[in-house]
Every structure is written in structure tokens, then in C-alpha cells.
Write a protein that binds this ligand. Structure first.
Ligand SMILES: *[C@@H]1O[C@H](CO)[C@@H](O)[C@H](O)[C@H]1NC(C)=O
Ligand SMILES: *[C@@H]1O[C@H](CO)[C@@H](O)[C@H](O)[C@H]1NC(C)=O
Ligand SMILES: *[C@@H]1O[C@H](CO)[C@@H](O)[C@H](O)[C@H]1NC(C)=O
Ligand SMILES: *[C@@H]1O[C@H](CO)[C@@H](O)[C@H](O)[C@H]1NC(C)=O
Ligand SMILES: *[C@@H]1O[C@H](CO)[C@@H](O)[C@H](O)[C@H]1NC(C)=O
Ligand SMILES: *[C@@H]1O[C@H](CO)[C@@H](O)[C@H](O)[C@H]1NC(C)=O
Ligand SMILES: *[C@@H]1O[C@H](CO)[C@@H](O)[C@H](O)[C@H]1NC(C)=O
Ligand SMILES: *[C@@H]1O[C@H](CO)[C@@H](O)[C@H](O)[C@H]1NC(C)=O
Ligand SMILES: *[C@@H]1O[C@H](CO)[C@@H](O)[C@H](O)[C@H]1NC(C)=O
Ligand SMILES: *[C@@H]1O[C@H](CO)[C@@H](O)[C@H](O)[C@H]1NC(C)=O
Ligand SMILES: *[C@@H]1O[C@H](CO)[C@@H](O)[C@H](O)[C@H]1NC(C)=O
Length: 583
């Protein structure tokens, strides 16, 4: 494995070109621009908000949802808010059974001082899509995002476009077009405006107006190895649209590139009038087997030909792009995407903005520094566990209120650990760490109360055990490791136990436990599992989360777990097959 620091590449594409009287320097850029699961990106550049670009992405059942990332240089991206941060904005997550339900692809736009996000909540069991439009004048403040306007959504992947006369249009998969009235939330009857080049999964449309044309950018081929970007244009927004003869204008299908599944693009320009596209990508190679971070956000430069069609630079891990002065000058308390987590749950602190839950959390199950347990996060166990299996991951209240708190895996190689203080008393009580894609694909190391192995003659004697348990029910992996159970060494009890997850290479996770305090010693590796378990399968649209959980596993227990010293660190990003860079 080759691992080189970013500095090694930094000058790779540096070049000077003279344009008129100004000299511009190209720079080296890296993809994914926003690493980790940030799917279906949509971005808007807003000159009047300090020349900043704002992007959002789809979050499915993860809450808070619809993160807003802001950047001035398209390299340093800061999480500044979530458009969907309050349960009251859309409570119905508990009606969703399918693990790929929830918030699907969104579009972010800016119009007359207001930011708009249009999206749908998809509920597959009810076969229902609810259109949602979020608005704010202050994208740096969660609370300033209003409760969404709801509308009847016939199709997925809504786009928002305002024409010069002020009419607002919604384009959707298909490709269909409607006008929208924001006062009433009413849309006109949809009309199909373009059938694409293949007719296969015409998705993620965006309309732009440039030099007298309406450009219609869409995804085709389905979000997978055949994904691609195509374009058409017309002088009338209702069509007829003329497809570009060189479609698809962006794809990596049929290549050996690490970056695959390129599609669902959105165009924007920067303060110098240079154009860019954001799109989604898997880092899976053409095999499409291992891509635990799922669909990540890439950014690539775009130029316009003289005949007026855009040319996208092919998506690579290391690219040349126009220079924008490096800037970390972005307001807000949120984190830049490459920052580590160093979280100690100090008294009066709040849960970090980049932490998330599967569906809305029961807030009472997560208490920072409760009385008698300073510098911890108290987790009240849920009745449901996170590996509830086919039988009952869909069962009424059991699906809601999973006690699990997570962050995204944001690098190919990383280290994550927490200290867990847990004194279970009832059988099956458990607290542990997880790599979680969904409730049928996850890998866990828990401390769990089980019959003591020395108690063959007395089945009521219980003892804490480490249990390594991978659930691969929904995955394509044929060799899911068998569960393994090991008693916790008695000398480790009575103080926190450190549980860690390391991605030591691009294909496998290793789970460790170690004693803390004066007992601390070499961490013990207690399990190893392939990342294919959390790649695709029943979770083709989402990506791996890392976190802690507490559950009674359906039993009578209610002993809380206390989590402290939460640490996460990116170690390296794979940017070219087999080649890694470090910060
Ligand atoms: C935004 O960029 C333009 C072009 O470089 C510049 O003229 C303008 O002053 C910038 N605005 C702010 C608020 O920095
Ligand atoms: C955030 O928005 C809320 C709701 O509009 C407002 O009450 C609050 O003052 C804002 N906070 C800041 C720091 O602007
Ligand atoms: C799209 O295809 C359908 C079915 O073949 C056809 O009826 C319709 O006219 C086409 N629409 C456009 C805008 O090409
Ligand atoms: C990609 O397209 C080819 C040709 O249409 C088809 O045979 C193949 O099944 C598709 N693959 C996926 C993953 O959709
Ligand atoms: C700078 O990057 C842009 C965008 O990729 C490209 O079009 C241009 O040719 C590059 N310039 C040089 C001198 O490499
Ligand atoms: C789940 O949490 C919600 C609050 O989000 C609460 O109203 C509900 O009673 C909880 N359900 C169970 C079964 O604990
Ligand atoms: C998790 O919950 C399900 C459903 O209640 C149960 O069948 C399963 O045994 C539980 N898993 C463990 C490890 O206890
Ligand atoms: C799932 O759990 C619910 C509530 O405990 C129960 O009513 C239902 O029968 C269970 N379904 C299956 C398939 O186990
Ligand atoms: C079995 O174990 C329990 C709990 O450790 C203890 O209270 C009980 O006396 C034991 N019974 C026998 C028969 O040893
Ligand atoms: C059985 O195991 C438990 C937990 O590891 C321990 O506390 C207990 O002393 C053991 N009992 C015997 C008889 O070894
Ligand atoms: C990663 O490590 C595992 C376990 O040691 C090994 O089986 C696998 O081949 C390694 N993968 C790569 C890409 O080196």
C-alpha cells in the first residue's frame, strides 16, 4: 500500500496561464471533495453571501437530515447547519420500515435573499412521496430553517428553477416539468419534457439558463455502475429539448477507475465565473463490491465549448482545477469535514452537530454529563437492538427509538474509539460500538450480559462478555464472520473499557477492546470483518456510520451505559486504486 502526504501532490498541477493581464494558477484538488456518505449533492454559489458555495445531500433515515456544507475554495467544506433538525419539521420517520426510505435527493437554490431546499420523503411501504420545501434566510442556523411546505409529489428528485419572469418551476425524474406556487404549495399538471438518451432511470434533473438556452442536466443509467450524466437544451423551457450529440458528458462506466457511479450532477460557478459540477461517486472500482462510504460528493471543473455545451473534466481522485484562495473563514460552530472528533461530553456541552441518529432519537435516551457521571454521555438502552433482523426490524415501536448515536465514516482508513462504562445486571443487556449501514447490515462489538461460561451447573449466573456480531442479512457478502463471545477479564471490570474500530486497510475493519486506567495494556483484537457487509446490498443509497449503541435486546434490562472520550480520526483516503493520501 502506498500512502503519501497531500503535500507530495500539492504542486502536481500547479501551472501558470496568462489570461489577458491576469495570471491564474491552477491547483491540485482531491476527490471526494466531501468524503463519506454525502449522496445526491446539490450546490449553489451565492455571491452576496460572501462568495460562498452551499451544498446539501440526501440523508434517508439519518437525522438530523439535509446537512448544509459551505466552502469558499471548494476544498475546505464546513458543516454549517441541517435544514431538517427538528422532529416537528417531519415527524413521520417512524412510519418507515424500508431501510432506504426517508429524505431522497434534494436541490438547494437561492432566490431573492432566501435559500430553498426542495426534496421528498419517500415511504415505500405506503407507496407515498411527500414533497418538502425548506426555506431560510440564514443557512448558518439550524433553527432558522422553517418547517417545510408540504406538497403532493408525483415524482422523485425535484429541482427548483426560477425564470427571469419570476415563475418557479419544479423539474423531476422522468423528465417532467411543473410550475409551483409557494403560497399554496400547488403544482401544475406535469408534462414530460425530455425522455433522455436511454430512457433508463432519468433522474436528478436540474435546469439552468445560460446564453438564451434552458439546459436540462440529468442522470441516466441508475445510481450504480452504469450511472452517467447527460444534457439537453431548448430555447423554450417546455421544449422541445435537443439532446447533446456527445452524451453522456460525464461517466466512469466501463473504466478501471476507483471512482465509479458518477452521476447526479449539479452545476454552479465560482466568484471568478469558472464553472464546476458536484456529482456523486462510489470509490468501488469497477468490481463495485467494497464501498462502505457509499455515495460521496465529488467536484470537478467544467468549461463551456464555443457551441455552448459544457465539458466536464473526468472525475479522478487527484485533479487540476482553477485556483481559489484557500479559506477556512466560514461562520458557525460546525466542523470542517476533515476535522477529527475529540468529544468529552463535558457538563453543559451539547451533542456535536455532526452526530446523527437512525430516525428521530428519543432525546431522553441521550444525556450529556448526568448527575454523578460528569464527562459522559448516558445512553438509556432501547428495547430494540440494531440487528433486529428480518423478523422484526419492521415491528411498530421496535423500529423507533433505537439507542444509537453515530458519525459518518469519512476516510478509507480511520480510527474510532469510545470508553464505555457499563455494569449490566440483566441478561442480554448490551452496549457497544458499530459500523452501521442499516438494521440488516452492521458490524458490532458489544459488552453483553450472558450466562457465565463457568456456570454450566447454575444457569442463572451471568457475566459481562464481549460479543462480536456481524449482521450481513441484506448484504452481498457470502462470508459473514460467525459471532464470537469472550468473557470480559474480571480485572477489567469496574472501570471504563475502551472499544475501538480501525479500518486498517480499504477492505476490512478490526474491532478492539482494552482496559483503561492502571489495567490498560495492549488492545485485544476481538473481531475482523469485510467492509462488503456494509457496502450496497439492501443499502445501496446510504453509507457507513460509526457509533455507539445500548440495548436490552428485547429483555427486561434498563441499565444505562456511560460513554466517554469519543475519538475519531481520518487516517488516509484512497484516491487512486491502491494509492492513499494522508493529510
Ligand atoms: C466576491 O468576488 C468578487 C470577484 O472576485 C469580488 O469582486 C467581490 O468583492 C467579492 N465579494 C466579497 C463579499 O468578498
Ligand atoms: C437562529 O434562528 C432562530 C429562529 O429564527 C432565532 O431565534 C435565533 O436567534 C437564531 N440564532 C442566531 C445565533 O442567529
Ligand atoms: C417520451 O416518450 C413517450 C413514450 O414513448 C412519448 O409518448 C412522449 O411523446 C415522449 N416525450 C418527449 C418529450 O419526447
Ligand atoms: C449496465 O448496462 C448494461 C448494458 O445495458 C447492462 O447489461 C448491465 O446489466 C447494467 N448494469 C447495471 C449494474 O445496471
Ligand atoms: C486549469 O484547470 C482547468 C479546469 O480543469 C483546465 O480547463 C485548464 O486547462 C487548466 N489550465 C492549465 C494551464 O492547466
Ligand atoms: C420513542 O420516543 C418518542 C420521543 O421521540 C416517545 O414519544 C415515545 O414514547 C418513545 N417510544 C418508546 C416505545 O419508548
Ligand atoms: C435483536 O432483536 C431481535 C428482535 O427482537 C432478536 O430476534 C435478536 O435475537 C436480538 N439480537 C440479539 C443479539 O439479542
Ligand atoms: C414483531 O414484533 C411485534 C411487536 O413485538 C409483534 O407483534 C410481531 O408479531 C412481531 N413480528 C414478527 C414477524 O416477529
Ligand atoms: C446460582 O447463581 C446465583 C447468582 O449468582 C446464586 O444467587 C445462586 O445461589 C446460585 N444457585 C446455586 C444452586 O448455586
Ligand atoms: C464465574 O465467572 C464469573 C464471571 O467471569 C466470575 O465472577 C466467577 O467468580 C466465576 N466463578 C467461578 C466458580 O469460577
Ligand atoms: C485487509 O486485511 C485483511 C485482513 O488482514 C485481508 O484479508 C485483506 O486481504 C486486506 N485487504 C487488502 C486490500 O489488503
Amino acid at each position: 500500500m502506498l500512502a503519501l502526504p497531500k503535500a507530495f501532490f500539492a504542486g502536481l498541477f500547479a501551472s501558470s496561464i496568462v489570461q489577458g493581464s491576469s495570471v491564474e494558477q491552477n491547483r491540485t484538488m482531491y476527490n471526494p471533495a466531501i468524503p463519506g456518505w454525502h449522496s445526491d449533492p446539490s450546490c449553489v454559489f451565492v455571491a452576496e453571501r460572501d462568495n460562498t458555495t452551499f451544498c446539501t445531500s440526501s440523508t434517508f433515515l439519518l437525522t438530523p437530515g439535509l446537512p448544509i456544507h459551505a466552502s469558499k475554495d471548494l476544498t475546505n467544506w464546513k458543516l454549517i447547519s441541517h435544514a431538517l433538525s427538528r422532529e416537528s419539521q417531519y415527524p413521520e420517520f417512524d412510519q418507515s420500515l424500508a431501510q432506504s426510505d426517508g429524505i431522497w435527493a434534494a436541490t438547494i437554490r437561492y432566490h431573492l435573499g432566501t435559500f430553498y431546499i426542495i426534496t421528498i420523503y419517500n415511504n415505500q411501504i405506503l407507496s407515498k412521496q411527500t414533497g418538502l420545501i425548506f426555506r431560510t434566510t440564514d443557512p448558518y442556523n439550524d433553527s432558522a430553517w422553517a418547517d417545510p411546505i408540504r406538497y403532493d409529489a408525483e415524482f422523485i428528485d425535484p429541482d427548483l428553477f426560477w425564470d427571469d419572469d419570476g415563475t418557479a418551476y419544479v423539474a423531476t425524474a422522468g423528465t417532467n416539468l411543473q410550475t409551483i406556487d409557494f403560497e399554496t404549495g400547488r403544482l401544475s399538471k406535469p408534462r414530460t419534457i425530455w425522455n433522455g438518451t436511454t430512457g433508463i432511470f432519468l433522474e436528478g434533473p436540474h435546469i439552468y439558463r445560460k446564453d438564451g438556452y434552458y439546459y436540462l442536466l440529468v442522470a441516466e443509467g441508475g445510481s450504480g455502475l452504469n450511472h452517467s450524466v447527460t444534457i439537453a437544451r431548448s430555447t423554450d423551457i417546455w421544449g422541445p429539448y435537443e439532446g447533446y450529440e456527445r452524451n453522456p458528458i460525464l461517466t466512469n462506466r466501463g473504466t478501471a477507475e476507483l471512482f465509479q457511479n458518477i452521476g447526479h450532477a449539479d452545476l454552479f460557478h465560482d466568484k471568478n465565473g469558472q464553472w464546476w459540477a458536484a456529482a456523486l461517486a462510489w470509490r468501488s472500482g469497477p468490481e463495485g463490491q467494497t464501498y462502505p462510504m457509499g455515495r460521496e460528493t465529488v467536484v470537478t471543473p467544467v468549461t463551456w465549448e464555443e457551441n455552448g455545451w459544457p465539458v466536464f473534466a473526468p472525475v479522478r481522485g487527484v485533479e487540476s482545477g482553477w485556483s481559489l484562495p484557500a479559506s477556512r473563514d466560514i461562520p458557525g460552530d460546525g466542523k470542517f469535514i476533515d476535522e477529527p472528533d475529540v468529544v468529552d461530553f463535558r457538563p453543559h456541552s451539547t451533542i456535536p452537530q455532526n452526530f446523527g441518529y437512525w430516525r428521530w432519537p428519543d432525546r431522553a435516551a441521550y444525556t450529556v454529563s448526568p448527575l454523578g457521571h460528569p464527562n459522559t454521555l448516558q445512553l438509556t438502552p432501547s428495547f430494540a437492538n440494531i440487528t433486529a433482523g428480518w423478523a422484526n426490524y419492521s415491528a411498530g415501536y421496535q423500529i423507533a427509538n433505537l439507542t444509537m448515536i453515530t458519525r459518518l465514516q469519512t476516510a478509507t482508513l480511520f480510527q474510532y474509539s469510545v470508553d464505555v462504562s457499563f455494569a449490566p445486571t440483566a441478561r442480554d443487556e448490551e452496549a457497544g460500538v458499530t459500523v452501521f449501514l442499516n438494521q440488516v447490515q452492521n458490524i458490532n462489538l458489544g459488552i453483553v450480559m450472558l450466562p457465565a461460561s463457568n456456570s454450566t451447573t447454575n444457569s442463572t449466573s451471568l457475566a459481562p462478555h464481549f460479543r462480536f456480531l456481524a449482521s450481513g442479512l441484506g448484504s452481498d457478502e457470502k462470508h459473514v464472520p460467525a459471532p464470537s463471545v469472550t468473557p470480559v477479564p474480571p480485572s477489567w471490570l469496574g472501570r471504563p473499557i475502551r472499544l475501538s474500530i480501525h479500518a486498517e486497510n480499504a477492505t476490512h475493519y478490526t474491532f478492539y477492546a482494552s482496559a483503561t486506567g492502571c489495567q490498560s495494556g495492549e488492545p485485544r483484537a476481538l473481531g475482523r470483518a469485510p467492509a462488503t457487509i456494509v457496502s450496497g446490498g439492501m443499502g445501496p443509497f446510504t453509507g457507513a456510520l460509526l457509533g455507539v449503541y445500548a440495548t436490552s435486546n428485547g429483555g427486561a434490562g434498563s441499565t444505562p451505559a456511560y460513554v466517554s472520550r469519543w475519538r475519531y480520526q481520518n487516517v488516509a483516503q484512497e484516491v487512486v486504486r491502491g494509492e492513499f493520501i494522508t493529510e
